[in-house]
Design a protein around this ligand. Structure first.
Ligand SMILES: Cc1cc2nc3c(=O)[nH]c(=O)nc-3n(C[C@H](O)[C@H](O)[C@H](O)COP(=O)(O)OP(=O)(O)OC[C@H]3O[C@@H](n4cnc5c(N)ncnc54)[C@H](O)[C@@H]3O)c2cc1C
Length: 229
């Protein structure tokens, strides 16, 4: 499962049905797993709505140099889809994304996915006992709403003076941050600032060492809120 990335999507967004039994929001690890397990249980009436253009979630979006998992890949994968082809214990983003794309394609559930469609609102209708869901492609109802929207899909930028005018990339939007549509790479001329509290800056900083100009990588780290609990 280490081949080059091929988007798992098979068709452009189509019209939404008026209602479904199960509606899953998000096509990362969690949403993909929910879809596969629903299908395994014989459930036919479900839909996965994804605002991005492919499966993968975190691993579709975080493409900065050095992005990799920090849980060993043999554990950081589906128990029902083991992958003997991981090239490293802590596999890079591209391998994890290719793995998710391959699992999605092989599972045969992609015809239930609607990409490029964002869930904008969901409200429980007490009278009809359904979720009323508003999306960027229209409205539908669902008996069961499964949120697999992830906790990290929208990067939270620090509140720093001047950040609005910063033209460089950040780790959360690396592949979307190039004005020419080509993902940026570390440049010899960059000064790199690492501002975060988790494993991403340490991975990115290892990757940038030797690529950015010597001595130009500065880290400002603070403990994760979770580690203070
Ligand atoms: C750089 C990085 C490295 C990580 N490394 C590890 C690791 O080593 N080990 C580990 O356990 N965890 C790691 N994580 C955490 C990782 O996020 C989770 O492990 C896992 O990938 C989350 O999967 P998910 O499906 O819950 O959410 P996500 O992968 O975030 O997927 C959520 C999906 O929902 C979509 N979505 C969100 N809102 C909407 C909406 N309103 N409408 C439609 N679609 C929507 C998003 O576009 C996204 O595709 C890492 C996270 C990051 C950012």
């Amino acid at each position: 499962m280490t081949t080059a990335e091929t988007p798992a999507r098979t068709a452009p967004p189509r019209n939404l049905p008026g209602g479904v039994r199960h509606l899953v929001v998000g096509a990362g690890f969690a949403g993909l797993c929910a879809a596969i397990k629903l299908a395994e249980d014989g459930e036919q009436d479900f839909l996965v709505i994804e605002k991005g253009d492919d499966v993968g979630g975190t691993w579709r979006d975080n493409t900065y140099p050095g992005a990799a998992c920090d849980v060993p890949s043999q554990l950081y994968s589906f128990s029902f889809a083991p992958n003997p082809d991981w090239t490293r214990s802590f596999s890079p983003q591209s391998e994890i994304q290719a793995y998710l794309q391959k699992v999605a394609t092989r599972s045969g559930v992609l015809d239930r996915f609607r990409f490029d469609t964002e869930v904008e609102d969901a409200a429980w209708d007490e009278d009809r006992q359904v979720w009323r869901v508003t999306t960027s492609a229209g409205e539908l109802t669902a008996d069961v709403l499964v949120s697999a929207a992830g906790a990290l899909s929208d990067p939270r930028l620090p509140d720093i003076a001047g950040i609005d005018s910063f033209a460089g990339p950040n780790t959360g939007t690396w592949n979307r941050s190039s004005r020419r549509g080509t993902p940026p790479t570390w440049s010899l001329w960059w000064c790199v600032a690492m501002i975060a509290h988790s494993s991403s800056p340490s991975r990115a900083s290892r990757s940038s060492t030797g690529a950015a100009s010597p001595g130009s990588t500065t880290a400002a780290l603070r403990p994760s809120p979770m580690s203070q609990m």
